[in-house]
Design a binder for this molecule. Structure first.
Ligand code: ATP
Ligand code: MG
Length: 434
């Protein structure tokens, strides 16, 4: 070993370790979400983190922030023929899910309802609610064209937020828009470019650059100086034909019947190119400019664009870091889980019987914590108290010598009882009902 002191390595900027006790909040969030997803009949899908770069360029669109500026793309090592693949860390998962569905002919006979959890990667400026590795939970309903499935996806998202303890109006709101069909967008685009040209002096750099390449995105601006101009711009909603309007009204009728509140935001366009008809976002004003916790919409053209048979589809992606920040901010995060039992084991004598008895309890479903040996009875009782456990099981030398174990309630007054060491497992029922 060299004498030189090695520098301590750190995680990549914008990529976070998730450690206890924070990791317990993640597990709680994920478990809550899975329970909702199952009730709506969605099935889990897991796809690789690395995909061919071309998948995202084709899927997300070349003139988007993600593909232009944010993607971690690299050239793999060359194979024996000197060929190297262009690969990218996934910045989102819809394109990967669609690729997998096409590759495995999963869309042949009927529709699919899928969900995923996983890390995504975007090279953005790290700040609260915005990271370079972040996590999304998302759903995709593939093969359904009716407005009922758009509404189902929105109802599911709403149910997730409500079951996490968030309240519409106080903590989040839903915004809805209809982007119509590519033809309707083309007609609107011409009118919009005329409007932007009239106000070109006002436009910021992004606005000028996108005025012709992606004018709809200019309306998405957060620049306060552009709000009046953007509000006065021709509205895509006014360019929609009968079919698009009927679809939009179909979605709205279901949301209305279910009592889901929303506002129509004619300027809501979303950051990816693949959307058509319904788009939506759940927004909070509790997280500053990282206020979009979930966004999605219909993307009927994507599957064909990625080489599959034309197939309608709709879905959303929810940012888990932002969800956790929001839950923390509004006090909707549950208290950390506590063990049922803390085992006080003041001496190493008899440890084999102690461990065997605790294993019986765990087999019977009891959550047991222990840090045996080294410290005094008093300090172990302190730890037992701090752990939040409802009971202490006391494996003192005297008790053990009698073949017994002491049981003491920690959260309420009560006598210490003595149980036979060999049959503590039979007490499991009492120990878990805290
Ligand atoms: P934003 O406008 O905040 O950049 P976006 O439109 O790029 O969001 P989507 O591509 O729609 O985001 O991704 C869906 C969700 O994923 C977002 O609503 C957000 O909650 C989350 N998300 C997106 N980018 C990040 C990031 N860099 N860090 C943390 N969460 C993110
Ligand atoms: Mg973004």
């Amino acid at each position: 070993m060299s004498e030189k002191k090695l520098t301590v390595l750190q995680a990549v900027k914008g990529m976070n370790d998730i450690l206890p006790p924070e990791s317990a909040r993640w597990e709680w969030l994920e478990a809550r979400m899975r329970s909702v997803l199952q009730r709506y009949g969605y099935q889990n899908v897991r796809t690789p983190i690395v995909e061919p770069t071309a998948l995202f360029v084709r899927g997300i669109g070349e003139v988007t922030d993600i593909v232009e500026k944010e993607m971690y793309a690299f050239e793999d090592r060359a194979d024996k023929h000197g060929q190297a693949e262009h690969l990218a860390l996934r910045p989102e998962m819809t394109a990967g899910v669609v690729r997998a569905m096409i590759e495995h002919s999963f869309l042949r006979d009927s529709g699919r309802r899928l969900y995923y959890f996983g890390p995504m990667f975007r090279r953005e400026k790290p700040q609260k609610g915005r990271y370079r590795q972040f996590h999304q939970m998302g759903i995709e309903a593939l093969g359904f064209s009716g407005p009922d499935v758009d509404a189902e996806v929105i109802l599911l998202g709403n149910r997730l937020l409500c079951e996490l303890g968030l309240v519409e109006g106080d903590h989040f709101r839903l915004e809805l828009n209809c982007l119509g069909s590519p033809e309707e967008r083309r007609a609107h685009r011409e009118a919009l470019i005329k409007h932007l040209e009239l106000h070109v002096d006002l436009l910021d750099e992004d606005g000028k650059r996108r005025m012709h390449s992606n004018p709809l995105r200019v309306l998405d601006t957060k620049n306060p100086a552009l709000q009046d101009m953007a509000n006065a711009a021709p509205r895509l909603l006014d360019f929609l034909g009968e079919a698009s309007l009927a679809h939009f009204n179909g979605v709205r009728a279901i949301l209305d019947a279910a009592g889901v509140k929303y506002t129509i935001n004619p300027r809501l366009v979303r950051g990816l190119d693949y959307y058509n008809l319904t788009v939506f976002e759940w927004i909070t004003d509790k997280l500053g400019s990282q206020g979009t916790v979930c966004g999605g919409g219909r993307y009927d053209g994507l599957i064909e664009q990625l080489g599959g048979k034309p197939t309608p589809a709709v879905g959303f992606g929810m940012g888990l870091e932002r969800m956790l920040l929001l839950l923390e901010e509004v006090g909707a995060m549950p208290a950390a889980p506590v063990p049922d039992v803390y085992a006080v084991v003041p001496s190493a004598t008899g440890l084999p019987q102690v461990m065997a008895a605790l294993d019986q309890l765990r087999a019977a479903g009891v959550c047991v914590l222990m840090h045996p040996g080294q410290s005094s009875m008093k300090s172990q009782f302190k730890k037992a108290d701090a752990s939040g456990a409802a009971w202490a099981l006391i494996f003192g030398e005297d008790e053990l010598a009698r073949g017994e174990v002491g049981l003491k309630p920690l959260r309420e007054q009560g006598e210490q009882l003595y149980l036979p060491l060999g049959s503590v497992g039979e007490w499991a029922g009492r120990l878990t009902q805290a």
